[in-house]
Design a protein around this ligand. Structure first.
Ligand SMILES: [Zn+2]
Length: 263
């Protein structure tokens, strides 16, 4: 029996048989692991609660023929406790877990930078220092960048011209007037500035941004992420619904004037 230790964040769980679960973990050294946690659905389980989504755990596992088996789990930080009481933070956190799962393809392929981004994102979300949607957009932009899909934000994605006219998802970011595909969005300059700040981790600029630029940024980032992941991120639908509910009560934050340019 081959034992190994690692630390990781529980991304999701699924039932297995009467009392067991399969847990999917993004681990620091190993990458994504799917492992069996035996007996965790029994109330007497020693580590059931430590293997819930959002929990950062220290683990010992033994290598199995198909799935590894969790033999020990100690909580490092239970981010779920801080997030479940706050719906916007909970949906943002769920979208992070799902994105981390989708952006790490193979099992046991080391993904240290994705792991660090996820832990940093959950910590920032739980610490409540910044608006949940800003934290989520920063996470999306950076995890896409680590996966090789950083959007061009300072020069045309196609010809590198410095004069920016629009944001085109298919082109890979901002584009100049000559390269601009029909129907591409024409966001405010401040919105592109906000995306740049979030990508760099410049919170002073991001926190000072206006609500309408945050809404426009979220729309572009969500569309950009979805395009790159082929299918929609399920948790994003809750975030979007929430954003719509918020913007309908605050017309100044809708940003419809800059959303789509039919010309
Ligand atoms: Zn161009």
């Amino acid at each position: 029996m081959s034992l190994y230790r690692d630390e990781g964040v529980v991304l999701r769980t699924q039932k297995l048989g009467e009392a067991d679960r399969i847990v999917t973990i993004l681990a620091k050294r190993t990458g994504k692991i799917r492992a069996v946690a035996k007996g965790v659905r029994r109330t007497t389980s020693r580590f059931g609660a430590r293997l819930e989504p959002f929990t950062h755990v220290d683990l010992q596992l033994h290598t199995g023929r198909t799935l590894d088996v969790v033999t020990q789990a100690e909580t490092i930080r239970p981010y779920g406790e801080a997030l479940t009481a706050d719906y916007p933070r909970y949906t943002a956190g769920s979208a992070m877990l799902e994105t981390a799962d989708r952006l790490t393809h193979g099992e046991k392929e080391p993904a240290l930078r994705q792991f660090l981004l996820l832990v940093g994102g959950l910590r920032t979300l739980a610490d409540r220092g910044h608006e949940a949607r800003l934290v989520l957009d920063a996470y999306f932009l950076r995890s896409l960048a680590v996966a090789g899909y950083a959007p061009a934000l300072d020069a045309c994605a196609k010809c590198r011209a410095p004069a920016i006219r629009a944001f085109a998802i298919v082109a890979g970011g901002v584009v100049c007037g000559a390269c601009r595909p029909a129907g591409s969005a024409v966001p405010a300059g401040e919105t592109i500035g906000l995306m740049t700040a979030l990508l760099r981790g410049d919170w002073a600029t991001a926190d000072a941004s206006e609500s309408r630029h945050r809404s426009e940024c979220s729309g572009l980032v969500a569309a950009y992420l979805q395009w790159h992941l082929e299918h929609g991120i399920r948790s994003l639908r809750h975030v979007e619904r929430e954003l719509r509910e918020r913007t309908t009560t605050d017309p100044a934050s809708v940003g419809r004037d800059t959303a789509a340019d039919p010309a």
